[in-house]
Design a protein around this ligand. Structure first.
Ligand code: SAM
Ligand code: SF4
Length: 354
């Protein structure tokens, strides 16, 4: 698929105080207008990162959000409390790189203490995870997904523009010993860069009860050129895996998990494919994203956002905040426009959290 500038979708930033909204029944779970139950909030704690992965950020020229535009911790916790009150149950902390937050451990503790929040996970590059893994577990973090794009130190450094694979292994080992499990490892597959490393990652499941997830590279802003020629359809990878390891067991997809799961016979772990580009899973989407500057981003691959920060800073009370979140859920778009070549424009993946 080649994506063209002319197919960029118009930006929609909704100031919830300037539109007319219906009144929502506060006793009903938050359903969108297509009947999907939305109960999973992915929170980008920062748009900054210690790495510059080739499929996520350009090497130079990144502009980060000014500090006064970021939600304060009090504002963030208020949003999570309101989200929990309208039915959100699962939180994922992401970024940018969430471990860059010095206050990460107390933040996890405060989020986990909120009534209604049942599960907190985090997605991390794990470079800085090892020293804090046990504290995070003690604070209430349930599990982590760790990004690792190759088991070859040189190629890993090339993909991340400079990270050390040994730091990530230290993070993986610490996460396991802290009980941040079941452990999932994410690999973004880019043709010609790391697609030949897939089999080595698959082989990890023979010895470990981990789930290794292969993610099709998505054309977010700043990296669309990598995605244009880089997508390796999951069906192609499955063919390569079966030639090496024999027929694999197909467990299909489950509920709102975007991964299609398989297992090599006799393996301890699983492999998963997240095929947002070649096989979109919008019909079972249960998630929304909160950006570090306080916008509810309604669909990963569209630009529609509801400005919660504006509402918070103009003094809305908790009932109004809950109404605004319910409205954002209601108007969540059905799905993304990639099959029609339509690209999101306003935020790169590092500002959205994956
Ligand atoms: N820094 C953390 C990390 O890398 O795990 C969390 C943020 S990162 C944006 C979240 C996830 O998005 C990672 O698994 C990363 O590999 C994935 N990702 C980044 N850019 C992507 C792209 N263009 N297409 C698909 N996945 C991408
Ligand atoms: Fe940073 Fe994660 Fe993006 Fe890599 S994928 S540049 S680690 S935010």
């Amino acid at each position: 698929m080649q994506y063209e500038e002319s197919r960029l979708q118009p930006i929609t930033l909704i100031d919830p105080l300037r539109i007319s909204r219906p009144h929502y029944d506060s006793h009903r779970p938050a359903l969108d207008n297509y009947g999907r139950r939305i109960d999973y909030l992915r929170i980008s704690l920062t748009d900054r990162c210690n790495l510059r992965c080739v499929y996520c950020m350009p090497e130079h020229g990144m502009q980060f959000m000014p500090k006064d535009e970021l939600l304060t911790n009090d504002e963030l916790l208020r949003v999570v409390r309101a989200a929990a009150a309208v039915g959100f149950r699962k939180i994922r902390l992401t970024g940018g790189e969430p471990t860059l937050r010095r206050d990460l451990v107390p933040l996890v503790r405060d989020i986990k203490a909120i009534d209604g929040i049942e599960h907190i996970a985090m997605t991390t590059n794990a470079v800085k995870l090892a020293p804090i893994a046990h504290d995070l577990k003690a604070a209430g973090l349930d599990r982590v997904n760790i990004s690792i794009d190759s088991l070859d130190a040189e190629r890993f450094a090339q993909m991340t523009r400079g990270a050390r694979l040994s730091d990530v292994w230290a993070g993986i080992n610490a996460a396991e010993s802290a009980g941040l499990t079941p452990l999932k490892l994410n690999m973004v597959v880019v043709r010609g860069l790391n697609d030949h490393d897939v089999l080595e990652l698959v082989a990890l499941t023979l010895q470990h009860d981990w789930e290794i997830r292969f993610i099709e590279v998505m054309p977010l802003t700043g990296v669309a050129d990598v995605a244009n020629d880089g997508v390796v359809p999951s069906s192609e990878l499955i063919g390569r895996i079966e030639s090496e390891f024999g027929p694999i067991i197909d467990y299909g997809m489950h509920a709102a998990d975007p991964a299609h799961r398989y297992q090599i016979r006799s393996a301890k772990g699983f492999i998963g494919f997240i095929s947002s580009v070649s096989e979109p899973f919008c019909s079972t989407c249960n998630r929304m994203r909160l950006t570090a500057d306080g916008r509810l981003h309604l669909c990963l691959l569209r630009d529609d956002e509801v400005d919660l920060r504006a509402a918070l800073r103009s003094g809305v009370d908790d009932d109004e905040l809950m109404q605004i979140i319910r409205h954002a859920v209601a108007i969540k778009p059905w799905g993304h426009g990639l099959p029609d070549g339509i690209l999101p424009t306003i935020r790169g993946m590092s500002a959205l959290g994956g």
